[in-house]
Design a protein around this ligand. Sequence first.
Ligand code: NAP
Ligand code: HSE
Length: 428
Amino acid sequence: MSIKIGLLGFGTVASGIPFLLKENGEKVFAASRDQLEIAKVLVKDDEEKDRLIAAGNDYNFVTNVDEILNDEEIQIVVELMGRIEPARTFITKALEAGKNVVSANKDLIATHGKELIALAQDKGVAFYYEAAVAGGIPILRTLANSLTSDKVTRILGVLNGTSNFMMTKMVDEGWSYEDALKTAQELGYAESDPTNDVEGYDAAYKAVILSQFGFGATIDFDDVSHKGITNISTDDVAVAQELGYVIKLVGDVREVESGISAEVSPTFLPKNHPLASVNDVMNAVFVESIGIGESMYYGPGAGQKPTATSVLADIIRIARRLSDGNVGKPFNEFRRDLPLANPADVKSNYYFALDTPDEKGKILHLSEIFNSEDISFEQVLQQKANGTTARIVVITHAMSKTQLKAVTEKLEAAEDFTVVNTLKVLSN
Ligand code: NAP
Ligand code: HSE
């Protein structure tokens, strides 16, 4: 007897699974307590099927999902197509048919996870998605199992391999944005629509899932504010360098007095912060908690083999639970009512880059505006004017989101200042 698997999609990640089954067969068999067999693989059309067979892939390729959904011998369906539809429909039908499901589809899980998790529970089957957050880093199972005894207070993460790879290449090696993106796509890091990577959506999806595993919260994707890497200029990077920081796209989920807050934004990280040295396609999840204190989980956040490793780990866990007779246990059992934080409680330091005419009294006026919102400066730098315009850079002490909104409105209304960029700063 073997455990039969139906794969939906045979792209970058899915085609990494056969490698692991072949190269690590003995261990996989021992852990699964059974042979795992890829019984059927769904592809889009006959042309794709012929191409894959000609390339030496010896699988039973099908083009109609019903051949998998109606196959009673298939116990595990592995969705690796990406996007919302038809993945949502196929997973729903698989769960309804009593099949266990594995997915790496954070877009879908962050936006429709609640309904799929409820359906899986209702049907007494598994729905696992370790690979959906940080690719090869086993962070979800770590939060759900190893950190059960601990109380997580904040999770900071470099969560998008593509944008981290691009930023590293652009900043350290002078690559163009276009070359960096093209290479990330060629290496299999980027989503089919890379806008999700560079505009912060992908990291925001992951932040939603982390909020569930770290805090038991059911935060909606729309409640995660997100900003990508496209608005970071070489000037911002140079100033950060000068002031002792590096800029990275960081997901930040934290519990404050009034509730939970989650956001994704390019962030100034002090050079000595552990996340500051996370480069290339690497991801890291930095957890602050009352027991362990600070811990960081580091590894490749994208790519074929790292991601397939997490997917296969889910499959093995299901196989094991099938043999133990407890397959219906939810992936994450920690759930509680946690409201969204009041913006007045969510505090950070901020970097402002402002342009102003190179005339007397401008720093005084700037101080008056910040002072009127009760915000104090930690660092102020005026760069030598380029022509008649001077660039003023300010790093503030901690201020709330409410103060940020109010001061930004005042700066935008002031005729003598142009707000060039505003970024969050993690304090030392
Ligand atoms: P991919 O290379 O684009 O593979 C997806 C495959 O599914 C493609 O071959 C696609 O065909 C096929 N497909 C799409 N719709 C289909 C349908 N209706 N029927 C049959 N096949 C269909 O994507 P991937 O990088 O492997 O990613 C798969 C999933 O893993 C995504 O949810 C992604 O977010 C997640 N993930 C990826 C990584 C990574 O490093 N790549 C890491 C973590 C998580 P076409 O190309 O013809 O559309
Ligand atoms: N496109 C994603 C990334 C894949 O670059 O991180 C992993 O989720």
